[in-house]
Structures are given as structure tokens and as C-alpha cells.
Design a binder for this molecule. Structure first.
Ligand code: FEC
Length: 315
């Protein structure tokens, strides 16, 4: 059986308080943040309990994905490696380990559903460049948001929240589908990221039979340049003031699990906006290692591998 390394890539998170500064500095391309910015980030981690659940969840997602892939294929044996963008084990560390194991082929996946030249492409470039130096072949996956099981997961998750709201209040219920914002400059190169989010929202809207679905962007950085909008908090305010929506269901489906950007930016910041407006806050449950959701990624990985290596695709 062919040995293939499954390289699961994810953002990474500080494991302990002392990691916050080097982590933040890495995110800022080697520039240390100001003391205020550092304290602000430290406070946000403190608010969510000191550390983010991201590290543990990434591991669980990756293990479940590897197990699922192995149960779906007879001719390949996948061996799991985790490579992170902003903290150890870095993407390059994982590839060093793969090389040391004598594995000469990688299938890589980034644990985020939409493609952007500013996010997924950066992971893929790092993986491809470093693997090339080691003479390891890589098949990268760009996106998985269109997978049937991905959409089904989110339809179920949104419906669970909708069902908490009395039927007669549904006309006053807005569903905000969001992803991490990116600097507006990505739009100059026809980056597909915004249209992929729109398409995801449409696919979900057509299945849930609820017309009040809106796209928003969240967690934008403080870089002094314009970021893609509308920001979810501003959107909430506008939808309430202009159209009198009273209930808000947040669906941060550009992420795959609970972490700082969901637990703070949604569950604290968006909830605060709702509270201040006298509205009700709901947030769809994140998939984490939900089996249906992981199968959607596995399917995308297998079909992408076959497509890129000129083999026959599966359903
Ligand atoms: O739970 C955790 O500890 C980590 C949560 C976390 C995830 C995440 C995902 C994405 N980011 C994306 C883009 C950017 C850009 C900048 C940026 C900055 C930060 C900072 C923190 C942070 N991000 Fe992140 N991101 C997470 C955490 N992100 C902390 C720094 C402080 C702040 O701005 O809040 C701006 C960089 C710059 O300054 O130049 C751009 C994108 C994703 C979703 C895709 C992915 O997971 O890779 C896109 C999770």
C-alpha cells in the first residue's frame, strides 16, 4: 500500500501566556506588536479562559480526518502530520518529519473551507515550496465549501438555532453568515473569497427556506488599511435599525471550530451589540470533529487527489 502523509494545516494558537507575544509577532511578519495591542490580545485570551481550544480541536479534527480517509481508501495508507501557520509545529517542521520518515508524497489540507490568495494560498505555497526542496510531491486542496456534507452540516446547525425561536418571530430573525475578513486589496486580483462566501450563504438559504440570510465579515485586523465589509457588528446594527430584526443567528462558517475569533468576536462582541440593541443572540454550533463535516473534507481531499493526478473521481 502506498504511504502518503496527510498534512493538516491550521492557524495555530498560543499554548500558554508566554507564547502570546512570539505568536502575535509571527502573525505580524516578525514585527512586535505595541504594548497596547499585546495587552488587548492577552485580555481577549483571558476572557475565553486563558487559552484557546483551537490546538486541541485541530488535533482531534486532523485525527478524525486521517481515520476517515483511511476507512475510505484501499490503496493508500495516510499518516497524519499537523503543520501550523503561526506557531510550532510549523508547516516546515511537519515536512521535516515527513522527510525523516522517508515518505515522498503529501496530501495537504487547510482547515478552512474557502480559498483566498491571502489565506489558503499562503499555506499551500509554504507547503509546496518546502516540500519541493525535500523532493516530496504535494497535492494541495484549495477549498471544500461546496461539498454536500459541508452544506448539510451547516443547514442542520442553523436549523437547530432557528427551532429555538418561535415560528411567529422568524420574520424578525436575521441569519448572518460570516468568514474572517481580509484586506480589501485582495479584490484587486479577482480573489474568489467573497463570492465563495456568498455562494455558501445561498446554498444554505435555499435549503433552510428562510429568506433573511445576510453575508458579513468578522475579526478584521487593526492594520490601518480597509478590510472587506460589512463587519458583522455594523451589519447587526443596520439590520436592526433599518429593518427591525430582533433575533440574530450568527453562522461563522469560514471557521471550522470554536476558538478566539468565535468565542470572543461572536460570543462576546456580537452578543454585546445584540444586548445593547435589546435583541436576542444565537450562534450556530461549530462543527469541530463532527463526523458528517469531516467526511465532507475527506471527500474533497479524495476527489481533488484523483482530479489532480488524473484518476477517476468518487461521489
Ligand atoms: O484561537 C486562537 O488562538 C487563534 C484564532 C485565529 C484564527 C484565525 C484565522 C484566520 N485569520 C485570518 C487572517 C488574519 C489576518 C490578520 C490576522 C490577525 C490575527 C491575530 C490573531 C488571530 N488572527 Fe487571524 N486568526 C486567529 C487569530 N488574521 C490573534 C492578531 C490580532 C488580531 O488582529 O486580532 C492580520 C495580520 C496582520 O496584522 O498583518 C489577515 C484568516 C483566518 C481564517 C483562515 C485560517 O484559519 O487560516 C483569513 C482561527
Amino acid at each position: 500500500m502506498k504511504r502518503v502523509a496527510l498534512l493538516c494545516m491550521s492557524y495555530g494558537t498560543p499554548y500558554k501566556e508566554e507564547d502570546i507575544l512570539p505568536y502575535y509577532t509571527h502573525i505580524r511578519h516578525g514585527h512586535e506588536p505595541s504594548h497596547e495591542a499585546y495587552i488587548d490580545l492577552k485580555d481577549r485570551y483571558e476572557y475565553i479562559g486563558g487559552v484557546s481550544p483551537l490546538a486541541t480541536t485541530t488535533e482531534k479534527q486532523a485525527e478524525t480526518l486521517c481515520h476517515t480517509l483511511n476507512s475510505m481508501t484501499n490503496d493508500i495508507s495516510y499518516e497524519l502530520y499537523i503543520g501550523l501557520k503561526h506557531i510550532h509545529p510549523f508547516i516546515e517542521d511537519a515536512i521535516d518529519d515527513i522527510s525523516a520518515e522517508g515518505i515522498d508524497e503529501i496530501v495537504s489540507v487547510v482547515l478552512t473551507p474557502h480559498y483566498s490568495s491571502f489565506s489558503v494560498e499562503m499555506y499551500n505555497q509554504r507547503a509546496s515550496q518546502y516540500a519541493n526542496e525535500k523532493n516530496i510531491k504535494v497535492t494541495t486542496l484549495d477549498q471544500f465549501y461546496k461539498e454536500e456534507k459541508f452544506i448539510q452540516y451547516w443547514v442542520d446547525s442553523v436549523n437547530t438555532q432557528l427551532n429555538l425561536i418561535p415560528e411567529e418571530a422568524h420574520q424578525k430573525t436575521a441569519i448572518i453568515v460570516s468568514a474572517h475578513s481580509l484586506p480589501e486589496k485582495i479584490l484587486e486580483h479577482n480573489d474568489p473569497y467573497p463570492s465563495q462566501l456568498e455562494e455558501t450563504a445561498q446554498l444554505i438559504q435555499s435549503r433552510i427556506g428562510h429568506n433573511h440570510v445576510f453575508n458579513g465579515w468578522q475579526s478584521e485586523g487593526n492594520t490601518g488599511e480597509p478590510w472587506i465589509g460589512p463587519d458583522v457588528q455594523d451589519l447587526t446594527q443596520t439590520l436592526h435599525e433599518q429593518y427591525d430584526y430582533q433575533n440574530f443567528i450568527y453562522v461563522p462558517l469560514g471557521f471550522t471550530c470554536e476558538h478566539l475569533e468565535v468565542l470572543y468576536d461572536n460570543d462576546y462582541e456580537c452578543k454585546k451589540v445584540c444586548d445593547d440593541l435589546g435583541c436576542n443572540y444565537y450562534r450556530a454550533e461549530m462543527p469541530g470533529s463532527n463526523q458528517l463535516f469531516i467526511e465532507s473534507i475527506a471527500n474533497a481531499v479524495i476527489n481533488n487527489y484523483k482530479e489532480k493526478n488524473h484518476l477517476t473521481a468518487v461521489n
